[in-house]
Ligand binder design. Structure first.
Ligand code: ADP
Length: 542
């Protein structure tokens, strides 16, 4: 027997229509190099429809790829909807990739047009001759940067001029499985891999983010996505803003702690999301500032140290809300909210749960499996294995990529490359990334856990642990530590601090002090760069 309910495609025009009809007076605020700009959803909707007309005028094909090279701005949000709602596919380019990776992904996705912030043109322009399919470059004047003096005969379009001369279009997308957007992984090994989101997957992911036990964001919120719109869809917050009619505060190019706190204070931001390194910086800025409007700090992308979350709880009364995901998972796949049955636990134990990656969100299934045999492992909180996930907003393959087979199981689950444990309550803990774990004498040492313990030291700003070759144990941990300004510590101080906090055999074999932990294109610790830096390092105990 079939259900007797109406059917309708889950397409992004539904989200657009809501904002246009129900919340035309709500605002999208953008911090630019020349001040704060405000646009209502009503104006945004009108401009976005005209932008659909621009794509027609430029002759972008029916499902052509529309690339963006841009900060988080209202214009970027116009593109976020004009491309998919007119049937095209938005491709957000990560502005921090290496030049050759940008060339690779533009050509691999076959982008037809690139919309670029003027302040970023100097990064993109030197590459234009390497792009094989791009027919148009559209410049969005964000108050900074120069146009090239010699365009080599290429026509650079001006965004506002194109908009002014275009006619608004009606949307007509009926197939929910049509591609809406694509994003490439940041390519820590090999070339980036393309993930293609459908209208349906984005729709469902948006709902998951809005759910109370997801990110729990709604119309009354003022959302500050510090996480870039080119990094895994700004974790869904751009779509959530439009779907719910929440005020969006777009930070533009200045992601300094001071600028972020200024925006929280002046715009009365309620939910602000970014990677841990952002919140490490902001923590030092908030003394004496009014951030009382904040009620949620979603954070993920790499492990959120317990002490960082606790520092926020102690300072402003709200801990960090840890989430886990990947470009391949749209990205939201799990959120660490303490269950009601745990609220009577001592605060410190609750903080331990907040330091996990939490429970899979409704719609996402998770399991751990033995990396060699594929055997599914028990949820006992002890046994660790590769985290695998499945669900309607999880990728089933990469775009035109021969590496797909090795990334998915025979029964279609995504192999995440993360090692995790799952306890009997369903709380998942990331032990490490498979390539970062330190394999010492056949046992595993979690670099993530060691780092978190080291960073709990009040004089330490950042710490990253990498595996270094050892003649007896095969690998041993090396701690690379960045001190806070004006602090001094010795190797022995760090080891003494760790004594008792981690198992004895986990103690790093050496501690080196460095100026900065190298970061990836999305602000995570780049262990690969660090490993290169310390290739051939001989441990004192080796
Ligand atoms: P890339 O894989 O290129 O770094 P992603 O942004 O897709 O790009 O990164 C996904 C990875 O980030 C996950 O596989 C995981 O290793 C890490 N990650 C994300 N959230 C968390 C978290 N809360 N704790 C620990 N690691 C996380």
């Amino acid at each position: 027997m079939k259900g007797l309910m109406q059917d309708g495609p889950l397409v992004l025009t539904n989200l657009f229509d809501r904002a246009e009809k129900l919340f035309p007076e709500k605002e999208i605020v953008t911090a630019t190099a020349v001040g704060v700009e405000r646009e209502t959803y009503g104006q945004w909707a009108e401009r976005t429809r005209r932008l659909g007309g621009v794509l027609d005028d430029l002759g972008v094909s029916a499902d052509g790829r529309v690339a963006t090279f841009a900060w988080n701005t209202a214009r970027h949000l116009e593109l976020y909807f004009a491309a998919p709602c007119s049937g095209r596919v938005l491709h957000t380019l990560n502005i921090r990739l290496f030049p050759e990776q940008i060339t690779y992904i533009v050509n691999h996705a076959e982008d037809e047009v690139i919309f670029v912030d003027k302040s970023l043109l100097a990064l993109l322009w030197p590459l234009v001759d390497t792009f094989t399919t791009v027919r148009h470059i559209v410049v969005m004047d964000d108050g900074k940067g120069e146009l090239p003096t010699d365009t080599g005969g290429r026509l650079l379009h001006d965004y506002e001029a194109l908009l002014a001369s275009a006619s608004p279009v009606e949307w007509n997308v009926t197939d929910e499985n049509q591609a809406a957007s694509m994003c490439y992984t940041s390519g820590t090994t090999g070339n980036p891999k393309g993930v293609v989101y459908s209208h349906r997957s984005t729709w469902l992911h948006t709902m998951a983010g809005m759910m109370a036990d997801g990110l729990g964001v709604g119309e009354r919120d003022v959302i500050l996505p510090v996480v870039p719109m080119f990094h895994a869809n700004a974790w869904g917050l751009a779509h959530i803003g439009v779907a719910s009619g929440a005020t969006l505060v777009m930070p533009g190019p200045d992601l300094s702690p001071k600028a972020i706190v200024n925006l929280i204070e002046s715009e009365r931001v309620t939910v602000a999301a970014g990677v841990p390194t952002i919140w490490m910086g902001v923590l030092n800025e908030i003394d004496g500032r009014d951030v009382s409007s904040l009620r949620g700090i979603p954070c993920g992308g790499s492990a959120v140290p317990k002490h960082l979350s606790e520092a926020y709880r102690e300072k402003i009364g709200i801990p960090i809300l840890q989430a886990w995901g990947m470009t391949e998972t749209s990205p939201l796949a799990s959120v660490a909210k303490v269950k009601s049955t745990m609220l009577s636990l001592p605060e410190d134990e609750q903080a331990d749960y907040r330091a996990t990656i939490g429970l899979p969100t409704l719609g996402v299934q998770a399991r751990i499996a033995d990396q060699e045999t594929g055997e599914v492992l028990p949820w006992d909180g002890e046994t660790s294995g590769e985290l695998q996930v499945a669900g309607p907003w999880i990728a089933k393959e990469y775009y035109n990529d021969s590496r797909s087979p090795e990334s998915f199981t025979a029964d279609g689950w995504l192999k995440t490359g993360d090692v995790a444990t799952i306890d009997s309550e369903g709380f998942m803990r990331i032990v490490d990334r498979t390539k970062d774990v330190v394999k010492s004498g056949g046992e595993w040492i979690s670099s993530v856990e060691l780092e978190n313990e080291i960073m709990a030291h009040p004089s330490i700003a950042e710490a990253a642990v990498i595996a270094v070759k050892h003649p007896k144990w095969s690998e041993r941990p090396l701690a690379c530590v960045v001190l806070k300004p004006g602090e001094t510590l010795t190797r022995e101080d760090v080891l003494a601090f760790l004594d008792g906090r981690v198992a004895k055999w986990w103690l790093p074999d050496d501690v080196v002090f460095i100026d900065e932990v190298p970061k990836t294109s999305v602000g995570k610790f780049s262990k690969r760069d660090l490993r290169d830096q310390f290739a051939g390092y001989v441990l004192p105990t080796a």
